[in-house]
Ligand binder design. Sequence first.
Ligand SMILES: [Zn+2]
Length: 84
Amino acid sequence: MYDDDDTPTCPHCEGPARVTFFDGSFLDDSDGEMLVFGVPGLWCGSCREVSTPRDLLEQLGLSGVPASMLIESDAAARAQAFPQ
Ligand SMILES: [Zn+2]
């Protein structure tokens, strides 16, 4: 886990954020949806914003593409609920 000095900062509100993984769907140009799984990102509980690395989204061809849904991945949620 992170101590105070290593806590990531939310780029939207500069509050403390949590590193986790997301599954989600993005709208593509052909009115379809592209599903992605296990995308790393930051979750901010204060402003309820998700931030994902811009270079990763570019690699996936999703830069500037609106997400229709993002949920915390089941594996990440399970790891948080049942830490080892
Ligand atoms: Zn925030």
